[in-house]
Design a protein around this ligand. Sequence first.
Ligand SMILES: *Cc1c(COP(=O)(O)O)cnc(C)c1O
Length: 419
Amino acid sequence: MERNRTRRFFLGRANAALAGLGLAGSRLQAADTRHAPAGEDYYEKLGVTKIINAAGTYTALTASIMPPSVQAAVARAAKHPVRLHELQTAAGEYLARQLKCEAALVTAGAASALTLATAAAITLGNRTAMHNIPTDVTGLKNEVIAQKSHRYEYDHAIRNCGAKFVEVVTLADYEAAFTERTVMTNFFNAAEEGQIGREDWIRVAHRHGVPCLNDAAADVPPISNLWNYTKMGFDLVAFSGGKGMRGPQNAGLLLGRKDLIAAAAQNNSPNSDTVGRGMKVSKEQIVGMVAAVDWFLSQTDAGMEGEFRRRADRIAAQLKTIPTLEARVVIPNVAANAVPHLLLRYDTQRVKIRPVEVMTELRKGTPSIELNPQTGKKAGAGLPSDENTIVVGVWMLEPGEELIVARRLKEILGKAASA
Ligand SMILES: *Cc1c(COP(=O)(O)O)cnc(C)c1O
C-alpha cells in the first residue's frame, strides 16, 4: 500500500515533468511494465552470460531449470510469510506419503542432507550433543564406515559433524570394522567400484544396530529410485533437489526413518546453535522442492527417455555430413545421470579440431554453450568417452535448444573438416 502510493506519487511527478516535453505516458508506462510480472533481467543488468546447458546437472552450471509449474509455485509462496516449522513439518509429511517412506525432510541440497543425516545419527536422543558437535565429540560415537572406493568429495559434508571415516574393502573387513564408536555407515550409490553390494551392506550394519545412509544425490531418473533405497532398508537416503528433479538448486531431500529424520530436523535451521543453522531452508526452497517432486512424479521414465533420445537424434541428424563422424546415444552404466547422452566420435586427422577445442569454441561463441565435461576425456562417469569424443548432455536443454547446439557443432566441425 505504502509502496504503491509512493510509486504513484513518483509516476505522477515524472509524468508532470515529462508533459512539458510531450513525452508523458507511453515511454514511462513501457518502462514500468518491464519490471512486472516477468521481473527485471538481472543477468543482463549484471552483465552475466546466459548459457545453453548441453552438459548436465552440474552445480557450477546452476544444475537445472525449474519447470514452469515449479517456478510459479515458488513465486506464489514468496508472497506470503508462514510459520517455518509448520511448513517444514507439513512438507515432510506430504513428501513421505508421496515417496513411500516413513519420514522426509527438505534440506539445503544433498550435501546438507548428508551433514544432517550424520548429525542425526551422532546426536539421536542427546540434546547437548547437538550443541557440541563438531568440536566436542567426547563420549559420542563418531565413526562412519565406508568402502574405500566410496570415499569422495562429499565426505566433507559428513566430516562437518566431527565424524571420522573407517575404510573397508572386503566384506570380512566390513564385518570386523564395527566398534562401540560406530555411529553410521555411508554408501555412495553411484560409485563405479566397490566389492560390497547394497543388501550385504545393510544386513551387516543392521546386525550391529548401526544406521545406513545412502547418498543417491544424482540418481534419478528412474523415478522409482525415490523409494527403492528406503524400501531396500537404508535408514536414510539423500537426494539433490536441483538435479534430475529440477527443484530449486539449493534444495534437497533426506528420506527415511522417523526418529532419525526428526533428529535431522532438530539439527537444522531455524534451530540455532546447531550444525545445520548455516544451511537455511527457505519457504521458497521448501515449496519449490515439494512442487518439483509433484512435477517429477507426473513424468514417466519412458516419456523422459524418449524426449532425450529425440533431442540426441535431432542433433545427430544435422551432423550426417561431417566426415568420419559416428553418433551414438549412451546411458551411463552407473546410477548417476542415467539418461541418454549423445556421443560424437570422429577422426581428428580428417576433422582437424580436438573435442576439447570444440568445447572451448562453443563456450566462446554466441550463444555460449557448455558441453558435458566428459568431452575429450577417457571413459568415466559411466560413459565410454575418449580424447576423440564429444559428449552432449541433452537432458537439461530447454525446448528447441538442441537445434542451436546442432547448428553450432555443424559450423565448427564442418569448418575443421574443410580446413
Ligand atoms: C551433487 C551431489 C551431491 C551434492 O548435492 P547438492 O544438492 O548440490 O548439495 C552429493 N553427493 C553426490 C554423489 C552428488 O552427485
